[in-house]
Design a protein around this ligand. Structure first.
Ligand code: FES
Length: 109
């Protein structure tokens, strides 16, 4: 599928996430300062919506709003129980003020 434009970069505030559903994929884009992170938005424990979770913008983490599992937004790694499986990470970039997410699912870098 490649990169798709999902929203204006300015619409995601620092320390917050925004959820999207495109092409059958549910994902969220989070802002931690100048960095944007795109990960699958369904918690790997019981499918809560992580875009509603609490963001630690300094450590680049999100806490699941349902049972409190923490995930690393840069790697997708599940850092604390009850989640054990990692989130999928998507490459994300900003062009012309638009956020573009690579839904082909390749790891960034
Ligand atoms: S649904 Fe996220 S920790 Fe349970």
């Amino acid at each position: 599928m490649g990169f798709v434009a999902v929203c204006k970069a300015s619409s995601i505030r620092d320390g917050e996430g925004k959820g999207f559903s495109v092409g059958g994929r549910d994902f969220a884009v989070f802002r931690c300062g100048e960095e944007l992170h795109a990960v699958s938005s369904l918690c790997t424990h019981a499918l809560a919506d992580l875009s509603q979770g609490s963001v630690d913008r300094v450590r680049h983490r999100v806490e699941c709003p349902l049972h409190g599992a923490e995930f690393d937004l840069r790697t997708g790694e599940a850092l604390s129980p009850p989640a054990a499986l990692s989130l999928q990470v998507f490459a994300v970039k900003v062009e012309g003020g638009q956020v573009l997410v690579d839904l082909s699912g390749k790891q960034p870098g």
